[in-house]
Design a protein around this ligand. Structure first.
Ligand code: GDP
Length: 474
């Protein structure tokens, strides 16, 4: 990539918006240094050496308004190419008053001429990518670091920023190129009946490549980690009040409530914010068949099987489980062996209908759950406390976000799946005894697909969709 391919200079507030001890205004581009220097007076005699690779200057920005305004600042200067964007970068650290920040931005933009403008979302990182400081996978890792919800997501994103995704992809790329070179060389000898790379060896080497990529994709457990939401699911015996409780939490009627058992057959999903965390709440279908040894022999049985299957799938994809019981009834027999499958860290025992006299065996439940909450969906008692417990499961870091370790994000997984399909095509062509030119073509397509993970975003649209998710100033 060309260095310094931009002739305009961008500026933005790169710290959090609002009142703060300190705010950072960042400039990047050819005019970054001159624009900042125009307003700056140093507190140190002899001035500053802004030409060095990296320097820090303390002093004031002098703003010529009705009255002269002298704003105490620290200025960090990073000269190209020793900066994040590989361009000249200046960071102005100043007191975090929004009004002051506006004044300074106005002054900078007013003085900088046509080539100084406000940065768009993620534009600093986009420049870092386009100027070759980081690859596309690393740029996306920057975004993941900014939005990480917990330590494991942060560590995984940090590892991707350090190049773990890029390293894996380039090692597979290298293998593909070698394999392709070998079979292309083999083509020259094919007419003489000489096979430089025996078919079985080629097929085996393709398999090693697909295993490597599939192994990494498998670490992403699909639905388990929803990028923005935590999945919480309501399970429990029929008629325990799961749907009523979900309705109570979201504050309106979403799930079907009925006095007869097993009325909820489709999984109902609702988004809700609890303790600042986004949740998707799912009410599972007639869970009776989930464990019940004797199923009802009526017309509904087929429907129940379907519903129970859906429940199982929902449970697998859940991060938080609310196991709801009717506190006014004994715990049903088929639920008494729960301790075998309940994950204490992420399951909450919910005793519903606490407006009625207690009949459930609490000692059994207290063995199974770390948290037991008494609620009444009917009166609303205990519902706020339940929400607090649900929220704390996330904020206390009790959830396993192991899928966050996956080296690929959604965009990258799509490219990897495409590469996998093309490697399999190459394998298939070899198995079908077609000429190696077909396999070579498919391997080239696989390489092209993989290249999209780290480099060569096909088009401006792809770049826009990646960087527009960033905030301004990053
Ligand atoms: P689900 O099958 O677990 O989803 O149960 P529902 O939410 O459909 O509720 C089953 C029945 O229990 C309905 O008649 C509800 O009105 C009733 N119910 C639900 N929650 C409570 C509660 O807290 N107290 C009382 N007394 N009845 C409730």
């Amino acid at each position: 990539m060309n260095l310094n391919q931009f002739n305009d200079t961008i500026v933005a507030v790169s710290s959090a918006q609002g009142v703060a001890m300190r705010t950072i205004i960042r400039l990047s581009g050819p005019d970054a240094v001159n624009t900042s220097r125009a307003f700056f007076t140093s507190s140190e005699s002899g001035g500053e050496d802004w030409e060095q690779g990296f320097s820090v200057s303390s002093g004031h920005l002098i703003l010529p308004y009705d009255e002269i305004l002298a704003v105490p600042v620290l200025i960090y200067t990073m000269r190209a190419p020793f900066s994040y964007t590989k361009e000249d970068v200046v960071e102005i650290h100043l007191p975090g008053s929004p009004a002051l920040v506006d004044l300074i931005l106005d002054a900078l933009l007013g003085s900088g001429g046509d080539y100084l403008r406000l940065a768009g979302p993620g534009e600093f990182t986009e420049r870092a990518y386009l100027n070759g400081r980081i690859d596309l996978a690393q740029a996306e890792a920057v975004m993941s670091i900014i939005t990480a919800r917990n330590k494991s997501e942060l560590l995984a994103a940090n590892s991707r920023l350090g190049g773990s995704t890029s390293k894996l992809v380039s090692s597979v790329q290298k293998d593909i190129v070698e394999l392709r070179a070998a079979i292309e060389a083999s083509l020259d000898f094919e007419s003489q009946g000489i096979e430089l790379v025996p078919r079985h060896e080629f097929v085996q080497r393709c398999k090693e490549l697909t295993d490597k990529l599939e192994g990494e994709l498998d670490r992403y457990q699909g639905e388990k980690v929803n990028k923005d939401c935590v999945r919480a699911v309501f399970v429990g015996p029929p008629n325990a009040g799961k749907s009523s409780l979900l309705n109570r939490i979201i504050g309106h009627e979403a799930a079907l409530v009925h006095a007869s058992s097993g009325t909820t057959r489709d999984a109902v999903e609702e988004k809700v914010v609890i303790n600042g965390v986004d949740f998707i709440l799912t009410d599972t279908a007639g869970i009776s068949a989930f464990t019940a040894p004797g199923k009802r022999q009526d017309d509904c049985e087929a429907l129940d099987d379907l519903a129970a299957e859906k429940s199982r799938q929902t449970l697998e994809g859940a991060q938080v489980v609310l196991l709801v019981f009717d506190a006014s009834e004994p715990v049903p027999r088929e639920w008494k062996n729960m301790s075998g499958w309940v994950d204490k860290n992420r399951t909450i025992g919910v005793m519903n209908k606490c407006d009625l006299p207690l009949a459930a065996d609490e000692s059994l439940l207290s063995e199974c759950f770390r948290d037991i909450v008494h609620v009444s969906a009917l009166t609303g008692a205990g519902v706020e406390q339940l929400k607090g417990v649900v929220g704390r499961i996330v904020t206390e870091g009790r959830l396993d976000f192991s899928a966050a370790d996956c080296l690929f994000n959604a965009r990258q997984r799509e490219a990897v799946r495409e590469a996998l399909a093309r490697i399999r095509d190459a394998q298939g062509a070899a198995n079908a005894e077609l000429g190696y030119e077909f396999s070579a073509l498919h391997l080239r397509e696989a390489s092209d697909a993989l290249a999209r993970v780290t480099d060569e975003a096909d088009s401006q649209d792809v770049l826009d969709s990646i960087f527009s998710r960033f905030c301004i100033g990053k």
